[in-house]
Design a protein around this ligand. Structure first.
Ligand code: Z5A
Length: 211
């Protein structure tokens, strides 16, 4: 049987530069001859994109924390089975804009859903799939928000309070401390080229380990 591919996730609060980094990382990996599949959460499959539209629609303002959490996991269940596991199995690498850490940060940290609930869903839905590497782009909330505001068109979650996003950031940092072998924390206030360079240090380690 061929070698399993690697699963890299990008995490962080609003406007930290995940989409920007994702495109740059894909280019770097492809230049090294590595087949890369991009993913995003919520979304990444036809079903997941429909769920994403529901989740982010400002008109869904009455959505409960429980509904939000379950919809995030519904999208994830489909992504894992339809895209991530099949790609890894054939030796491809998957770069995903968010994965299960986002549920602990946003629904756990932000919405105060008990971790035990999220953990139970993770055990069921993720089928033991953990990222090989998680790049956490860390940025003060005010800086990320300023970038988002400049872009315009705020989605439902982006209109949350600063206190909500401070809790999200704190939760991400705590998870990174607790799993320092999997996480690499990047200073997202650096210029995009420097963010890419710092990320490539960790990615190169993964490439070496898989050679
Ligand atoms: N969510 C959740 O609650 N629970 C879950 O389990 C999951 C997700 C999976 C959708 O995610 C929402 O779902 C998200 C979390 C929640 N909540 N919100 N809000 P998303 O990933 O699609 O949305 P996002 O976090 O808001 O991503 P984003 O707005 O697209 O930001 P980004 O991808 O991190 O940044 P970007 O688009 O690359 O950059 C933003 C701007 O900054 C842009 O103008 C860039 O040109 C600029 N930029 C990028 N990098 C830099 C640097 N280094 N310096 C200066 N400017 C930069």
């Amino acid at each position: 049987m061929g070698k399993r591919g690697k699963f890299i996730t990008l995490e962080g609060g609003e406007g930290v530069g995940k989409s920007t980094l994702l495109a740059d990382l894909r280019a770097k990996l492809r230049a090294r001859g590595i087949a890369v599949q991009l993913a995003r959460e919520p979304g990444g499959t036809a079903l997941g994109e429909a769920v994403r539209a529901l989740l982010l629609d400002p008109a869904s303002r009455s959505m409960s924390a429980e509904s939000e959490l379950l919809l995030m996991f519904a999208s994830r269940a489909q992504l894992v089975r339809e895209l991530v596991l099949p790609t890894l199995k054939t030796g491809g690498w998957v770069l995903s804009d968010r994965y299960v850490d986002a549920s602990y940060a946003y629904q756990g940290g932000g919405r105060l859903v008990p971790d035990a609930r999220i953990c139970a869903l993770e055990e069921w839905v993720c089928a033991g799939l953990k990222p090989d590497l998680t790049l956490l782009l860390d940025l003060p909330v005010s800086t990320g928000r300023a970038r988002i505001v400049r872009r315009g068109n705020m989605d439902r979650i982006e209109t949350e309070t600063d206190a909500f996003f401070e809790r999200v950031r704190e939760r991400y940092r705590r998870r990174a401390e607790a799993e320092s072998g999997r996480f690499c924390v990047i200073d997202a206030s650096l210029a995009p080229a420097q963010v890419l360079q710092a990320s490539m240090v960790a990615v190169n380690r993964l490439i070496k380990a898989s050679a």
